[in-house]
Design a protein around this ligand. Structure first.
Ligand code: PEP
Length: 253
């Protein structure tokens, strides 16, 4: 049975003290309630150690970095390597968020390198994909997402791919308050799974968790997560409000 995941993306928000308080509230109120449920907190780099310590010993709860370097180590001032993350006990890394693609020029090719270094080091990537508004309006979102998958993922073996979590995040729905309808989300998630099945076979495709991201909140999480190919969410704004994220965790199917 594939994993159902509620992943928080704090982005560049909160002080250490605010982050600690938020985690304390959420962890006290919500725990993964089924064997196949996972809760992930993608926190800023300086808070990783604090967060990792807070979740220690909690089943089904993990900390993620929001990015990592494509290089192993060396003279790359300001970068953070997978090995460093691993030494803190971090299990997941968000890769290819649209904000990194847009503001830091991360290409499908660079993301393929980051995926490689994560997988070589047993770190699970949460790989983000998704189209901008003009692509959706032109009706070419399937081709666009298929290209992102092809250029970043298809060099991986089936076994490697099974370590990857995919997050479909239509850019027009991120931080805009405009959510894809559950039908739009299901349609794209089914398309992504179909593409993976064509490349890797149905067994591999069926085992991959595909999260939806884009203005997920307590009020729409049940409806979105109830779709057969939506395996939870990657949540920005609403993950900064304890009651919202707790409700999102309990909306996992
Ligand atoms: C995100 O940060 O990945 C995201 C989906 O943000 P929001 O939930 O705020 O739209």
């Amino acid at each position: 049975m594939r994993k159902q995941i509620a992943a928080a993306n704090w982005k560049m928000n909160l002080t250490l003290q605010q982050g600690e308080q938020l985690l304390t509230h959420i962890l006290a109120a919500a725990k993964p309630s089924k064997q196949n449920h996972q809760v992930v907190f993608a926190v800023p780099f300086p808070y990783l150690a604090m967060a990792q310590e807070r979740i220690s010993g909690m089943a089904g709860t993990f900390i993620a970095a929001q990015n990592c370097s494509d290089k192993k180590s060396g003279a790359y001032t300001g970068e953070v390597s997978v090995e460093m993350l691993q030494s803190l006990g971090i299990r997941f890394v968000v890769l290819g968020h649209s904000e990194r693609r847009e503001y830091f020029n991360e290409s499908n090719r660079l993301l393929a390198e980051k995926l490689n270094i994560c997988l070589e080091n047993k770190m699970q990537p949460i790989f983000c994909c998704g189209e901008a508004l003009q692509i959706r309006e032109a009706g070419t979102q399937n081709e666009f997402v298929a290209q992102q998958l092809k250029e970043s993922l298809y060099h991986l073996s089936g076994e490697q791919l099974q370590q990857v979590v995919i997050a479909y995040e239509p850019i027009w729905a991120i931080g805009t308050g405009k959510t894809a309808s559950s039908a739009q989300a299901q349609e794209m998630h089914a398309f992504i799974r179909q593409q993976l099945a064509a490349q890797y076979g149905a067994t591999v495709a069926d085992s991959i968790s595909i999260l939806y991201g884009g203005s997920v909140k307590a009020a729409n999480a049940v409806e979105l997560f109830s779709q057969p190919d939506v395996d939870g969410g990657l949540v920005g704004g609403a993950s900064l409000i304890a009651e919202e994220f707790v409700a999102i965790i309990s909306a996992l199917k």
